[in-house]
Design a protein around this ligand. Structure first.
Ligand code: SAH
Length: 369
């Protein structure tokens, strides 16, 4: 018996995929029709199939003549993402999907069903270059950016599976999207913003998911936060702060050396001012590292000063990565932390951690294959 080849041999080419329909905006779609010698009205017809009917296989777009299906299959629907496997837990209510891109790159998304909503956690990059020491993805470094279509198609595929009843719990509707999978969304800025537009625009331009149900989570790339504030979008911004002091944050979120806490909070205030949206602050609580009562107080005070009532803290109990010496805080310490943040006038809740036994919990997406 021969050993399986290491994945790296599986993936000789690691570039962006060829152009896909979901990379294009409405003008781009029409220009593509002209290029292909097709009438412009086909552009919206095809887009309605993809975004409205969630159909990604031109062969099944039966309202198109067969010749058109062949033409667009070659020109606008390159192989994008193939599911390698689905793994479920939490009685089927959490499902992680490992995807293989056209060039062999691996990435993951996680679908979480709740009584009142279905949330998909998507990846914006394969790997991540931010090197946060407590995050599994951060340990492997950045493989490559995902294209707009590779980001959008994670959403389309999950929406189709939910609609078709292909996920335990019966047929449903995808309602929420969080950019909390692999990667730093604002380090892949243009493609992510384009993907957000496709996700929130109504058909035929997009999947029609409500902006208020989309969360873009960032380590705090301050200039990119300001730029995002000026895009005319109103998605929720989540800032992964993890500690209110620069000394510790320099080690927990290394990019803090470039944009320290005060600059991140300034940018967050600008985002709140421009969009009218409340900022969500992420705080992975790590035993004896960032869970001290004085840090809770400093966090609450700094956030209240910067953002007033336009901020909410999400405490995420640390999910230890394999081999990590760090652990989640004991529950009484967590409760005291929450109490002290709230005492400063800042709402604070503890996030439930789905998907732990399938390595689909926060920061566990490393796509080891
Ligand atoms: N790069 C983006 C998205 C990353 S994942 C960002 O940093 O915001 C989304 C959240 O999960 C981030 O707040 C991240 O810090 C957190 N996270 C990563 N690893 C974790 C772990 N092991 N335990 C708990 N939360 C973790």
């Amino acid at each position: 018996m021969t050993a399986p080849l290491p994945l790296v041999f599986d993936a000789p080419r690691r570039g962006m995929p060829p152009r896909h329909l979901a990379d294009l905006d409405a003008d781009g779609r029409r220009a593509a029709m002209v290029e292909l010698g097709l009438p412009k009205f086909r552009a919206d017809q095809i887009a309605r199939q993809y975004y409205g009917r969630l159909q990604a296989d031109p062969a099944a777009m039966t309202d198109l003549p067969a010749a058109v299906r062949d033409t667009i299959a070659g020109a606008l629907f390159p192989p994008l993402l193939t599911p390698v496997r689905h793994i479920a837990c939490d009685s089927g209510e959490t499902r992680k999907t490992l995807w293989r891109a056209g060039d062999g790159t691996l990435l993951e998304s996680v679908l979480m069903r709740y009584p009142d909503r279905a949330t998909l956690c998507i990846s914006s990059q394969a790997g991540c270059g931010m090197a946060c020491p407590f995050c599994a993805t951060g340990q492997g470094g950045l493989n490559r950016n995902l294209s707009t279509a590779e980001i959008v198609d994670q959403v389309r595929a999950a929406a189709a599976d939910l609609r078709d009843g292909a996920v335990p719990g019966g047929a449903g509707r995808l309602s929420n999207i969080v950019f909390m999978g692999m990667g730093e969304p604002l380090a892949n800025y243009k493609r992510v913003v384009n993907a957000v537009r496709r996700i929130v625009s109504p058909a035929p331009d997009g999947l029609g998911i409500s902006q208020r149900n989309v969360v873009v989570s960032t380590v705090g790339l301050a200039p990119a936060i300001r730029k995002l504030a000026d895009e005319g979008l109103s998605v929720t911004l989540a800032v992964s702060l993890h500690t209110p002091d620069d000394e510790l944050r320099d080690t927990l979120v290394p990019v803090n050396n470039r944009w320290p806490v005060a600059e991140v909070l300034d940018a967050a205030r600008y985002y709140a001012d421009k969009t009218g949206r409340r900022i969500s602050v992420e705080y992975a609580l790590i035993r004896d590292i960032n869970d001290h009562p004085w840090r809770a107080e400093m966090l609450g005070a700094k956030l209240h000063k910067a953002l007033g009532s336009r901020v909410h803290v999400n405490v995420i109990p640390l999910n230890p990565t394999p081999g990590s010496k760090w652990d989640a805080s004991p529950k009484p310490v967590e409760r005291e932390f929450v109490r002290r943040v709230e005492a400063q006038g800042v709402p604070c809740t503890v996030r439930d951690t789905r998907g732990q036994e399938i390595a689909a919990a926060c920061g566990q997406l490393a796509a080891e294959g």
